[in-house]
Structure formats: C-alpha cells, structure tokens
Design a protein around this ligand. Sequence first.
Ligand SMILES: [Mg+2]
Length: 277
Amino acid sequence: MNLKSTFLSILSITALLTGCVTTQPEITNNNFNSTLWVQTAAEYEANAIQAYNSAESNIDVALRDKSWTAALEQGSNYSLKPPAIILDIDETVLDNSQYQAQLVLDNEQFNPETWDDWIAMESAPAVPGAVDFINSMENLQVDVIYITNRECMARTVGGPECPQEEDTIDNLLKVGIVDVDPEQIFLKGEQPDWTSEKQTRREVVASNHRIIMLFGDDLGDFLPDVKDDITPEERSELVEEYSEHWGRKWFIFGNPTYGSWESILSGPKSEYFRGLE
Ligand SMILES: [Mg+2]
C-alpha cells in the first residue's frame, strides 16, 4: 500500500468513526505558526537580507541606465528626473510581529484601534537589512520615499493631523534610519485620493522622480488592482508576467501573517487548501 492509499484509508476510517463524510470544517487560522516563523526563523532573516543585498548589487546599473524604471506608473520623459526608491513600511522596513503575536495571545483579530496603539508605542524593530540599505541611499543621492497604509487621521480633536506619521518617523529614527522627513512619507488618507490602493501615490512620485526600485511585502506595493476581485491564479499570472522585475527592480519580503494574498480569498479558506487528490 503506497503513501497516498494509506492516507486515504486513514481518512475513510476517521470519517466512518466520526460520522463526518462530506463537508470540510473551516480551519481556524490564529497566526501562531506564521508569527513564530517571523520571530524565530533564521530563514526569515536570511530572506530579508537577501532582498536588500540583491537591491544593493543592482543599484549601480539602475543609476547608470537612465532608461531604467521600476514603476509601471512612470510615463515618459523621466530619464533626467532624480532617482528614487519607494518602500512600503510594514513588514518591509518595520517588523510588527510583536503586534501580531499579541493578537494571537489575546485571541483577537486586527482592528484599527489596537493597531494605532501599537504604532503609538514606536517600538517596532527593523526588518533585517533595511537600515543599512536605506542609509546607503543617501551617499548615492537616491531619494527614499515611503508609501504606507499607515493612516493620516487625528486621534483627538485639535490634536496632530497625522499622529501616525509622527510616530512612524520616530520609530524609523529609533531603529537607526537617518534623516526621515514628513515629505518622504506618503500615508493613506493624506490626500483625498490616497486610498489603500497605492497606484495614485506612485503616480505622484513618478511625476518628479525616476523610480528605480520598489520594495514591499504585498503585491499591491508593486502592481495596481491586485487586492480586490481577483483570484489567486490571476495574481500568480501577474507575478509571472513581470518575472524579469523580481530581484532586479522589485524586491518582495515574505509575509505569511497577513496581506492581500489572504484577503482576496473568498468563501471558506479550506476550499483553497489542497491535500492529496
Ligand atoms: Mg507591508
């Protein structure tokens, strides 16, 4: 009896014993293992350093080749514009796994209030490799722009307009990034058309820069229209369509804890889960 038939026999016996034959139960995802991987796996650290090292080794050619652009929003006549890189912040520059871990411990889901409390703590450590890479951009006179879905909204009446921006700048400075200014940070909601879809913000950066590299942990940090009404297969086709960009112009970080990879799944997640067939 081979492995597959043994496995199917066990499943059949289990089904008989439990009286459960057809419907698969929804598998609860409490993020324990995903967060544990981020917090303990040397492989996570190596993966992040690999991305930043790959970017570093490509930066010279990106600067020299004035036709080089990483942004689909770049348009024309960009060769003489000053070079810039665009980075997402969460799980790309700052590691929020402690927040995710606390959600698991408290058996809670993400919500904007606890997320805001976490941002106000300004305590997120840096993603491995991020600080040295970002600081090295200053010597090369590459502008560093952060496009983040941290949000611009007042916490209190009459208080700062964008307190998450102030907290984020303080957090970035604490982990060792030098010279972070508000003009470098494009928050969700900072302008009326700056939604969680990042395309409009990339267009603004592209209007006065040559965007040479993009960094993120979500497909939406690189491509428009990948966070709603799309299937995993369609997203996979987009990744393949732009296969030349990955590791050269686009640098992505593994994030198993949350993201549009998960939010686009419609219906029970177990319907997407594949065992032996
Ligand atoms: Mg992110």
